[in-house]
Design a protein around this ligand. Structure first.
Ligand code: ADP
Length: 546
């Protein structure tokens, strides 16, 4: 076998050998990494054909005999015809566009198949003859120009595909990936393609072959192994590689033993240093991949959280709708029960025995409580669905509060509590608000004071201060523990021992009050010196602007 060669280890032979070996390495490393992935198989095929071409070319230019050079020429061409096809296939898989380019890939494979038949004929390569300082180089036959056109047309078409993907891509990592595919393609085909000149007897020696030698190593490594691209990383590896090759060339071309020894030592040193450098770069990439993964995981978790939150909002909305529907349905029958109980009590259906009367009275009171609860639920569902309407009018707070207290007087009396009202009749406190809702809130707060004050009294006052109108409801009741003060206005919130004084209670009244007052630009709060020391509730609304 070796007898068939007359090897000159010059720049061209070395780069061809190196290119062939690195192509094999790159193809197999990727393939072994994941043997089932279509893009890896295509990558292996394209590197395998490149390697066969590279070794074939090496064999041809270093052949001793014409016959051996001719055989080498056939083999290298049979492989090189399929280099662009497999390259196209790889690109289509990597860019996920195989389904779009299937026909074009098949067409290029078919054209290549036809060329295969012509390889052993003189139509294709007329002969292998000495050219430049090479032992043998192929000489183009009449068909060769068509093969050349086919070769570069397929490569350019595939390259355009990558350009197109690059334009429409928004993901930054993917963009980097495409940019490097373009770069490696130019490396590989500009390097390998430089041998076409000699075939057509154009006196340009294939110096760019070094690019071909570099492309499989760098591209294979970067595209499949790390997927993450970084100019710095690629540049480091290129540098290390170029340094190694240049030392190798210097060793081979050294004139003296001394020179050669120095170069060998330097190369060994550079191999170790280079490996360290590349290793640290790999470490850095792994770290970055890890961080990238964490970031993606975080993003996904955030997305899940956002989805869950939306779902919760939907459920909350559904709950409010259900509440609104259910309470509406309950209100009708309740009104009927309350109405008939009231008629019974008033004797509209004749005199009722005392025993029955008590029972009807309990029925009436309970229904009355239920109506309050149902109304609170309805208010809440309206507030939460944003359906609560405010009918804003101008009115005097002094008059409204006096009316409310007058209306509630019978209840206050019944609870045996005193009631004081402090308003300045000559100094009206005008506000712009929803009178009905203010009445409801103030009524509710006074009602609470009655419920939570076993003895003593209630003082309601209205005053004007700093362009604000303030209503103050002060009682001598059970008071509020310091811990509870800040919590009472929350939904369903009741003080720990509220049930002792007022068994029925939902903890919704103050929540509704707060929502309604704040929606009208006001404030509501409570102050208490502690348990057993009474409480004072405040409502503040902006004074009507003149
Ligand atoms: P409910 O009275 O139905 O429980 P509210 O929302 O109206 O609901 O009141 C919430 C809680 O605030 C009550 O359970 C009670 O603990 C406390 N509270 C309200 N008003 C007073 C008051 N005047 N004195 C003492 N505690 C009060």
């Amino acid at each position: 076998m070796l007898g068939s060669f007359n090897i000159t280890f010059d720049y061209f032979s070395i780069t061809l050998l190196l290119g062939g070996f690195t192509a094999l390495l790159s193809g197999f490393v990727v393939f072994i990494h994941n043997r089932k992935k279509a893009e890896n198989i295509a990558w292996l095929l394209s590197n395998l054909t490149s390697a066969i071409w590279s070794f074939g070319y090496f064999a041809m230019i270093n052949a001793r005999t014409h016959d051996f050079a001719m055989w080498s020429n056939w083999i290298l061409h049979m492989a090189s015809i399929y280099v662009p096809v497999f390259y196209f296939l790889s690109v289509a898989f990597i860019t996920n566009t195989f389904h779009l380019y299937r026909k074009q890939i098949l067409a290029s494979a078919f054209v290549g198949f036809i060329f295969l038949f012509f390889v052993p004929t003189t139509w294709y390569v007329t002969d292998v003859i000495p050219k430049a300082h090479f032992n043998f180089v192929c000489d183009a036959g009449p068909l060769y120009i068509y093969y050349t056109i086919y070769f570069f047309a397929v490569v350019l078409y595939a390259l355009l595909l990558v350009f197109r993907k690059l334009k429409s891509e928004t993901d930054s990592i993917q963009i980097q990936r495409y940019k490097y595919i373009i770069l490696f393609t130019i490396f590989g085909f500009a390097g390998g393609g430089s041998v076409f000149f000699l075939t057509f007897n154009i006196p340009i020696l294939p110096y760019p072959l070094i690019l071909f030698a570099l492309y499989p190593a760098v591209s294979g490594y970067a595209i499949f192994r790390y997927q993450l691209f970084d100019v710095k990383v690629i540049a480091t590896e290129l540098l290390v590689f170029v340094i190694w090759i240049s030392f190798l060339v210097r060793i081979i071309t050294s004139n003296s033993i001394n020179d050669r020894l120095i170069n060998i030592t330097l190369l060994l040193f550079m191999i170790v240093a280079g490996i360290f450098l590349i290793r640290s770069v790999i470490k850095e990439i792994k770290l970055r991949e890890h961080i990238q993964k964490l970031a993606t995981d975080l993003e996904r978790a955030n997305q899940d959280l956002a989805n869950a939150n939306n779902r919760l909002k939907e459920l909350d909305q559904l709950k409010s709708e259900f509440l609104s529907l259910a309470t509406h349905q309950i209100r009708g029958p309740l009104t009927a029960i309350k109405g008939y109980a009231s008629l019974l009590l008033e004797g509209d259906y004749g005199k009722i025995p005392v025993k029955a009367r008590n029972a009807v009275q309990v029925m009436f009171n309970s229904t009355q409580n239920l109506v309050v609860i149902v109304n609170e639920f309805l208010d809440i569902s309206r507030i939460e669905q944003g359906r609560m309407k405010y009918d804003m009018v101008d009115f005097d707070m002094n008059t409204l509060v006096t009316d409310i207290v007058t209306e509630l007087k019978p209840m206050i009396d019944k609870a045996q509590l005193s009631a004081d009202i402090i308003v300045d009749k000559h100094n009206p406190c005008e506000v712009h608000a929803d009178m009905g809702k203010i009445k409801q809130v103030v009524g509710n707060l006074i009602d609470n004071s009655i419920k939570y004050t076993p003895q003593g009294g209630i003082t309601v006052s209205v005053l004007k201060e700093n362009k604000k109108v303030r209503i103050q409801i002060k009682d001598t009741g059970i008071g509020i523990a310091q811990d509870d003060v800040s919590k009472l206005f929350a939904k369903f919130s009741r003080a720990k021992d509220a049930f002792r004084t007022n068994v029925i209670g939902t903890g919704l009244g103050l929540y509704v009050a707060k929502q309604m007052i704040e929606a009208q630009g006001g404030k509501v709060w409570v102050e208490s010196e502690g348990l057993g020391k009474g409480s004072t509730f405040y409502i503040e609304l902006p004074e009507k602007s003149v």
